[in-house]
Design a protein around this ligand. Structure first.
Ligand SMILES: [Fe+2]
Ligand SMILES: [Fe+2]
Length: 142
């Protein structure tokens, strides 16, 4: 399996969880929305950890730190983490409109980010790293 296939599968899973989160928020059931949000967030943060602590780390040491194509990805992860915190606060305040508006922002950032990874980053990783080894290490991240 390639890194691209493995990680693209994770992106699709996150997309499905996100669609579910949006509909639960829309239903106005905030207790349930908070639970669904926590699961979605934990899943997403684990995915980031897989990328940051395994793939990007390996990639940086391999590219000798000369040019760093992962810095844009890291900045976007930070932006997504901030937006996740804002959604959490909106849910705690039972503010449906704010939560849904923030979800729209999150979807936009996520789509751009995932597209860059799937079209550029993951292929670059597959071409320069030991894909099987990276996938095994990423599976161990929790
Ligand atoms: Fe990422
Ligand atoms: Fe990703």
């Amino acid at each position: 399996m390639t890194i691209n296939t493995f990680m693209t599968g994770e992106h699709r899973r996150c997309d499905e969880n996100f669609a579910n989160l949006e509909s639960v928020i829309d239903s106005g059931d905030f207790e349930n929305a908070k639970k669904v949000f926590e699961e979605f967030k934990n899943d997403m943060l684990t995915h980031f950890k897989q990328e940051e602590s395994v793939m990007f780390a390996e990639f940086n040491s391999c590219s000798g730190g000369g040019c760093n194509p992962t810095s844009v990805m890291l900045a976007e992860h930070d932006q997504i983490r901030i937006t996740l915190d804002q959604i959490k606060t909106a849910l705690e305040n039972s503010d449906k409109n704010r939560a849904l508006g923030l979800c729209e922002n999150l979807l936009f950032i996520m789509q751009q980010h995932n597209m860059k990874e799937e079209q550029i980053m993951y292929n670059l990783a597959d071409n320069t790293l030991d894909s099987d080894d990276i996938i095994e290490k990423m599976k161990l991240v929790s």
